[in-house]
Design a protein around this ligand. Structure first.
Ligand SMILES: Nc1ncnc2c1ncn2[C@@H]1O[C@H](COP(=O)(O)OP(=O)(O)O)[C@@H](O)[C@H]1O
Ligand SMILES: [Mg+2]
Length: 510
C-alpha cells in the first residue's frame, strides 16, 4: 500500500463514496459523498453530533464503515487500521490528545514512527524535530515531559508528530476548542504554511468565524448528511448558519412570554460603561434586565465585551458609568464580596485562574464560599471535619471524578473542574448565576450534566445570564436571547421569535 500516494497528482487527493456508518439507534454518517481537493484547507462544519468526527475516524482507520468506499488519488484503498492510514499519508490530531504524559516531547514524536530505530542518532532526530518546528511555526520544547505542557503546546506536539510521519493529509478535529485567541491565530498561520507546502488540511469545526477565516472550501454536515460543499468565496456566515441548523423546530417546554411577564425582576443594569484591559471601551451603554427563573442568552463571538460584562456584574471590574440593581437594591461597592452577598454566583470562563485556586485541594476549593459561615465556622474556629464532610457530599453529588478529593485542583480535567465550580456556586445562596462559556472545551457528558444543572436551577427560580459562543447552547437553554457585538447588546427577544439567521447576522455585525 505504501507508495500509492506518490503515484500521480490528481486534482482530488481524497474521495468518500457513499459512506454509511451506524451506531445502535443512530446513523452517524448517512451516504456521505465528498471530494477533497489537493492542497486545500477544507472545513467540515456542523453542530455537535453532525457526524464529523465519525467520518474522520473512518478515514483514519479507527472505525470500519458499514458500507462505502474511500479513494486516494483516484485509487480505491482499504483502511483497516490507523497504521494503514498513516501509510497512505493521512494523519489526525484528535480532540482528546493521544500523547504519553510520562515521556518527553521528542520521544512522543518518534514513537510508532517507521523512522524509530534504536541505532538512529538522537541528534539527527532532534534536529529534524527542530526544523519542522521552525518551518511551520510550531513552538515546542523537545526535552520537556509531555505531562508538563499546556494544551496548546500538546496540540503543537501532535501536529509535529504527524508532520514527522510526513503526512500529506492532516485532519484536525476541533483544534481551536482548547486554544486561546492568540494560539488560534498561530495555528491558522501554521495551517496556511502547510497549505503552501502542498499539504491538504481537513479542519473540523462548529465555529463559523474561524471557518470563514481559514478555510478554502467548506462542507456543512447536519444530522449525518452532507448539506452542501461550497467555496468560501461563494458563501457567507448567514447562509452557512442556515445550512448548519435548519431543521424541524423543536418544541422545548420553556417559559412563555406570560410566565416571564409575571415574574419578579432580579437584576437591572442601566447604561453600563466599562473599559477593557487595554483601556479601550469594552461596554458601551449596556442596559437589560433579568427576571426570576429566566435564562437570558448572550450570543456573540468572543472578544466583543462578554468577558468584561461578566466581570462588571461580579465585582471584578470597575464601572465607569451606569447602575447595577439587584432585587431592587443598587450596588454601590464594586467588590466581589458585595455581589456574592447579594446572591450572584459566577461560573467564569477561566476555570483555573479565576474559578479555582490551583494549589488548593478539591475540598478547599469547593467550600471557598461557605467556610466563613455555619456550620463550618463555629464561633471563631473552623470545623475541619464538618468542612470535609460537606465538601465530600458536594463533590459526590456533582460527580467530580478523581482518585482523591485531597489533591490540588490543578490536576483535574476540564469537565471535573467545571463540575467542582458548579458544586461550589450552588452551595451558597444565590438568585442569579453569571455563566461564561460554561461548557467550552468539555466532553459531551459534562456538557449535558451542566445543561441539566442550569435547567434545575431555573426551575427553582434562579435567573441565569448565559454568555456563550455556542449558538446551540444558547438556543437550547435560553428563554430570551440578545447578541453582543462591539460592546453593545441588541434588544433581547423571546427564543421562539429568534431565527438563526437573525442571530447569525447580529453576531457578524451585519
Ligand atoms: N462510538 C460511538 N458509539 C455510539 N455512538 C456514537 C459513537 N461515536 C459517535 N456516535 C454518535 O454518532 C453521532 C455523530 O457523532 P460525531 O461524529 O462525534 O459528531 P460530531 O463530531 O459532528 O460532533 C452522534 O449522535 C454520536 O452520539
Ligand atoms: Mg466531533
Amino acid at each position: 500500500m505504501k507508495g500509492v500516494r506518490f503515484l500521480r497528482k490528481t486534482k482530488y487527493i481524497l474521495e468518500f463514496k457513499n459512506i454509511v456508518k451506524t451506531f445502535p439507534g443512530i446513523v452517524a454518517n448517512d451516504h456521505i459523498n465528498l471530494k477533497i481537493k489537493r492542497g486545500d484547507i477544507h472545513a467540515l462544519l456542523g453542530e455537535n453530533g453532525a457526524g464529523k468526527t465519525t467520518l474522520m475516524n473512518i478515514l483514519t482507520g479507527l472505525y470500519a464503515p458499514n458500507s462505502g468506499e474511500i479513494y486516494i488519488n483516484d485509487k480505491k484503498v482499504k483502511i483497516n487500521s490507523p497504521k494503514d492510514s498513516i501509510n497512505l499519508g493521512i494523519g489526525m490530531v484528535h480532540q482528546h490528545y493521544k500523547l504519553v504524559d510520562t515521556l518527553k516531547v521528542s520521544e512522543n514524536i518518534i514513537i510508532g514512527s517507521h523512522k524509530q530505530k534504536w541505532m538512529i542518532n538522537n541528534r539527527v532526530i532532534f534536529d529534524e524535530i527542530i526544523s519542522l518546528s521552525e518551518k511551520y511555526g510550531l513552538a515546542i520544547r523537545p526535552n520537556e515531559l509531555v505531562g508538563n505542557l499546556s494544551v496548546g503546546e500538546k496540540q503543537r506536539v501532535e501536529i509535529i508528530k504527524m508532520l514527522y510521519r510526513n503526512v500529506e493529509i492532516l485532519v484536525l478535529d476541533e483544534p481551536t476548542s482548547v486554544l486561546t485567541l492568540q494560539e488560534c491565530q498561530n495555528l491558522f498561520k501554521t495551517l496556511r504554511e502547510m497549505k503552501r507546502q502542498g499539504k491538504t488540511i481537513i479542519f473540523i469545526s462548529h465555529k463559523l468565524n474561524e471557518v470563514m477565516d481559514v478555510a478554502d472550501t467548506i462542507t456543512v454536515l447536519r444530522q449525518g448528511k452532507i448539506v452542501n460543499t461550497l467555496a468560501k468565496v461563494d458563501t457567507n456566515p448567514i447562509e452557512l448558519t442556515r445550512m448548519m441548523f435548519e431543521r424541524e423546530t423543536e418544541t422545548i417546554t420553556k417559559n412563555t412570554l406570560k410566565d416571564l411577564q409575571k415574574a419578579e425582576t432580579v437584576l437591572v443594569v442601566e447604561g453600563l460603561k466599562a473599559l477593557g484591559d487595554e483601556g479601550e471601551i469594552s461596554l458601551n451603554d449596556v442596559s437589560f434586565s433579568i427576571k426570576k427563573g429566566e435564562i437570558l442568552g448572550v450570543a456573540g463571538v468572543s472578544g466583543n465585551g462578554q468577558k468584561e460584562l461578566a466581570e462588571v456584574l461580579t465585582g471584578l471590574r470597575p464601572l465607569v458609568k451606569g447602575k447595577i440593581i439587584i432585587q431592587g437594591k443598587e450596588i454601590r461597592e464594586y467588590k466581589p464580596i458585595e455581589f456574592i452577598n447579594n446572591g450572584i454566583s459566577h461560573i467564569p470562563a477561566d476555570r483555573i485562574g479565576v474559578g479555582t485556586i490551583p494549589d488548593f485541594n478539591c475540598i478547599e476549593n469547593v467550600i471557598l464560599k461557605t467556610y466563613r459561615k455555619q456550620p463550618i465556622k463555629k464561633g471563631l474556629i473552623l470545623d475541619f471535619k464538618e468542612a470535609n464532610k460537606i465538601g465530600e457530599q458536594l463533590l459526590n453529588k456533582y460527580d467530580v471524578r478523581i482518585s482523591s478529593y485531597y489533591i490540588p485542583v490543578r490536576l483535574l480535567s476540564g469537565g471535573n473542574l467545571q463540575k467542582l465550580i458548579l458544586a461550589r456556586e450552588i452551595s451558597c445562596n444565590h438568585q442569579l448565576i453569571i455563566a461564561v462559556h460554561p461548557t467550552y472545551g468539555l466532553d459531551v457528558s459534562a456538557v449535558n450534566m451542566i445543561h441539566k444543572f442550569f435547567l434545575e436551577e431555573q426551575k427553582k427560580g434562579v435567573a441565569i445570564l448565559l454568555i456563550s459562543e455556542d449558538l446551540d447552547e444558547i438556543l437550547a437553554l435560553s428563554d430570551e436571547i440578545t447578541v453582543m457585538y462591539k460592546g453593545k447588546l441588541t434588544p433581547k427577544q423571546l427564543r421562539q421569535k429568534c431565527s438563526i439567521e437573525n442571530i447569525g447576522r447580529a453576531m457578524m455585525g451585519i
